[in-house]
Design a protein around this ligand. Structure first.
Ligand SMILES: Cc1cc2nc3c(=O)[nH]c(=O)nc-3n(C[C@H](O)[C@H](O)[C@H](O)COP(=O)(O)OP(=O)(O)OC[C@H]3O[C@@H](n4cnc5c(N)ncnc54)[C@H](O)[C@@H]3O)c2cc1C
Length: 507
């Protein structure tokens, strides 16, 4: 029988990163992907004849180190030359435009305040950046390496200087709204700056917890590009290191063997009945899928399975795809490049969240719009375009239940929300598709259709992600490891969980 050192479940970007590192270190690695092509949520899929789009429509902070280690540029990862802008759309065309340290469309007072805000946040982001690519040790330190990691974190925080450290401690758990109100007057500026603290989470501007952590996470790293070229480069890099990737190969269960030392993972059984053995199984599937569907609760401690059961995995982001017969025109913009946000003020975000909290869809959804075909011509026929929007907040568990009518109503609401900013857009639509979180769950094998596989919140972060017992990528079932977005540091297209898992395995 063909035996492997490691079987990686899932060819999402984290599964590919992990597999590539393991193979580069000399392991014989097999990646098994249930979908027809690699990429997970970043894989492009045809949604209308000739029109393709990935669910994750932009790469904003992929790790520079991983890109270098895996030679992704030479394998075809096209990084964008310049930082894309974020545009807060205004119906009258007087938009607020943010690009790196500069902002346009606001008062001189807000522009100055933005400079201060940007510099402070970037100092914090740089301090935290090294820790996204590290295994965060348990509180009861196990080894010298654990001590060094905590010592390094302590030193980095100390080096911030007293004033910055105090400010960091003060704002770390501040609701996004309070932080924005402290700095700015412009409603539009406040709402676009708090977007990165909220997108993908069950949180709105007034939610307590942590606005700052996700914001700093997203400010770390400058590697931007399109998801299509990232996935193709990861696939090429992994294959060049000897990784075998099988698509259309869904894992039905993780094989567990029992001997006098107890239970341990020893391979997988595929849906088609084939069994494949390996020294270890590394899962990039979300924690619910990994432990409940694949490993089986009969092979785990009850206390551990209870913690996994309590993880918050219900997604709140829906995806709108439009196939357009031409490039859409937005009032006041010469071209629709960058990230266009429809969220006129923080209360608009909050009200959309209020509806979703009680299982309803807001009549006024807020959203992030991009035109991915501007940077990836393979997504649409020549001269035609794809519009992709992350629509918030859309509950996974709609109280009245998701059916075609509910899905179509939301699709129409989302188009209604875009039309005032791009008046000619309705006439350009050849086809419209809306994926609810429940649709994303089904199509992409992600519990709850959750952006981060499980909520990205303080109680599910760092050495508690996904739970205390499985936060160092090793799980309570020997030879079973995690390497997906449900592990530290979390979701987005960063490659960090895949990298950290490989390092922990190779230690
Ligand atoms: C609507 C939406 C929009 C998003 N937009 C962005 C964005 O613009 N930018 C960004 O950075 N992030 C975005 N994200 C988040 C990002 O897509 C995820 O955090 C990221 O893709 C997680 O990567 P991963 O490799 O850990 O997991 P995934 O991408 O989920 O990959 C896991 C893989 O495992 C496979 N799998 C699962 N179970 C099995 C099994 N039993 N057998 C075999 N294979 C299996 C799945 O098919 C999948 O391919 C978005 C998420 C959502 C939901």
């Amino acid at each position: 029988m063909n035996r492997y050192d490691s079987i990686v479940i899932g060819a999402g970007h984290n599964g590919l990163v992990c597999a590539a590192y393991l193979a580069k270190a000399g392991q014989k690695v097999l990646v098994l992907e249930s979908g027809e092509s690699p990429g997970g949520l970043a894989a492009s899929r045809e949604f209308h004849a000739g029109f393709r789009a990935p669910v994750a429509h932009s790469v904003n902070h992929f790790s520079e180190r991983i890109s270098r280690d895996l030679a992704l540029e030479s394998h075809g990862f096209k990084m964008s030359e310049e930082l894309p802008r974020t545009v807060g759309l205004s119906r009258d065309g007087k938009h607020v435009v943010v690009k790196k340290s500069s902002v346009a469309g606001v008062s001189a007072k807000d522009a100055d305040a933005y400079g201060d805000f940007y510099r402070l946040m970037h100092r914090f982001a740089e301090t935290l950046q090294p820790f996204w690519l590290k295994t965060i040790p348990r509180v009861t330190l196990g080894s010298m390496a654990d001590l060094v990691t905590f010592g390094h974190l302590g030193l980095k925080l100390r080096l911030m200087g007293r004033a910055d450290l105090r400010e960091f401690m003060r704002i770390a758990a501040l609701p996004a709204r309070d932080l924005m109100d402290e700095y700015f007057d412009s409603d539009l500026l406040k709402s676009i700056l708090c977007w990165d603290a909220l997108i993908g989470s069950k949180m709105a501007p007034r939610s307590p917890n942590h606005a700052v952590l996700p914001m700093l996470y997203r400010m770390a790293g400058e590697h931007r590009g399109n998801p299509g070229s990232l996935i193709a480069a990861l696939q090429a890099s992994a294959s060049a290191s000897g990784v075998e990737i099988r698509t259309g190969a869904a894992v039905a269960r993780i094989l567990v063997h029992a001997d006098q030392d107890g239970l341990a993972a020893r391979g997988v059984e595929l849906v088609d009945g084939d069994s494949i053995e390996a020294d270890r199984v590394v899962s990039s599937a979300d924690p619910h899928t990994t432990f409940f569907r694949l490993a089986g609760i009969e092979n785990l401690e009850i206390e551990f399975t209870n913690r996994i059961r309590r993880l918050r995995c219900e997604g709140y982001v829906a995806k709108l795809h439009l196939a357009l017969d031409a490039l859409p025109e937005f009032t006041g913009l010469d071209q629709p490049g960058g990230r266009l946000l429809i969220a006129p003020h923080m209360d608009a975000i909050e009200f959309a969240f209020d509806d979703a909290k009680y299982g309803a869809v807001s009549t006024q959804p807020v959203m992030e719009v991009v035109i991915p075909s501007l940077h990836d011509e393979s997504l649409a026929p020549p001269g035609q375009h794809v519009l992709s929007a992350n629509v918030m907040y859309v509950p996974y568990g709609l109280k009245s239940g998701w059916d075609d009518a509910a899905r179509e109503a939301l699709r129409d609401l989302a188009i209604d929300a875009i039309a005032p900013y791009a008046p000619g857009i309705r006439q350009q639509i050849l086809h419209a598709e809306l994926l609810t979180p429940a649709d994303i769950e089904r199509a992409y094998n992600v519990t709850g259709g959750h952006w981060h596989h499980t909520e990205f919140a303080l109680d599910q972060s760092l050495m508690m992600r996904p739970t205390y017992e499985a936060a160092q990528y090793r799980t309570p079932l020997p030879n079973l490891w995690l390497c997906g977005a449900g592990s530290h540091p979390g979701g987005d297209l960063t490659g960090a969980p895949g990298h950290n898992a490989a390092r922990a395995i190779l230690k």
